[in-house]
Write a protein that binds this ligand. Sequence first.
Ligand code: NAD
Ligand code: TDX
Length: 335
Amino acid sequence: MKKYLVTGGAGFIGRNFISYLFKKYDRAVKVINLDKLTYAGNPDNMLEFKDRPEFEFVKGDICDAALVEKIMPGIDIVVNFAAESHVDRSIGSPDDFIKTDIFGAFVLLEAARKNNVEKFIQISTDEVYGSIIKGSFKETDTLEPSSPYSASKAGADRLAYSYFVTFQLPVIITRCSNNFGPFQYPEKLISLFVTNAIENKTLPIYGKGENVRDWIYVLDHCDAIDFLIQAGENGQIYNIGGGNERTNLEITDLILETLNKPAGLKKYVGDRPGHDFRYSVDTEKLRRLGWTPKHEFTEAMEETIEWYNQNSWWWKKIKSGDFLKYYKQQYQTEL
Ligand code: NAD
Ligand code: TDX
């Protein structure tokens, strides 16, 4: 029986990871989810597993050292997903990114060290490398983060590494590319565009739409994390990617075609300040260990779009209230 502390498990990837763990290990795992329930944390995301006896939800902040120290004893594996995660919000108000993404990670690392946890997985991101025009970043490449979000993630990434070197804390750092799938807060490219298109609302494309991202289905990301908990080497960094590089325009067209919506919904808007042109990670190190993604991109996109079609109750609830204020401020237009 392994006892996990998953942070940020009421958010997109964290909730998919908890769901993955219960589907795979059933009663052989216990999971505590520590989540502050920020705007991105959603109790609806936990409906699937909230009543399981193996699951416990603690509403709280990873920056709260007293709380974290209370939870940590008896934990075998920490997986730190908790973060402020949206680049656009980090441009408008970076404070919480610095607090949660860096200081929060520090609080968790300290408590993990004192309690001799078996594994500490720091969920970093491919954005820590910055943009690359040609080729792909290897784990040994220099970090050149360019937004307050990616810079705060780079801080936590290196801090986690320092706990391995200095204190021999069994840390593994993962740097994954852009995720898509069910339960993604509808402020990110795919979840926003799919839900806007379903409602015949415009799709705000930054700049010319030529920026490139590598997309991975969220359950492949979860599977890679689980694989690394078993097979990864402590103190190592692992890039995780789907191998599906697409321009934002290609993604937009795919969404419109799948939903049978007109190209007229595309709306070119001002560019994101400091907009990274392309992210690309070399995943050879992880592949050599024996892991590859299992989901084919187009099929996973179709399934994802269908999920948003079938679960409008989930995103319509979100895309009201505060979200409308955010949208107006971000896009200078009503949703
Ligand atoms: P998300 O914004 O959907 O979820 C973040 C969760 O963290 C929310 O439930 C929120 O309530 C919680 N949280 C925020 N601040 C907290 C705090 N101080 N204490 C406790 N909980 C707090 O994010 P996501 O897309 O699921 O990303 C999860 C992690 O994966 C992040 O660390 C992100 O940097 C990383 N990541 C994301 C992607 C991606 O494409 N989404 C890719 C690579 C890495
Ligand atoms: O309205 C939009 N219009 C648009 O053109 C939005 C929200 C995005 N975009 C563009 C910006 C990017 O080039 O789409 C691309 C993807 O944007 P996001 O979905 O905001 O993702 P990105 O900035 O690439 O960051 C994501 O991937 C890495 C996650 O949000 C991070 O948490 C993760 O670390």
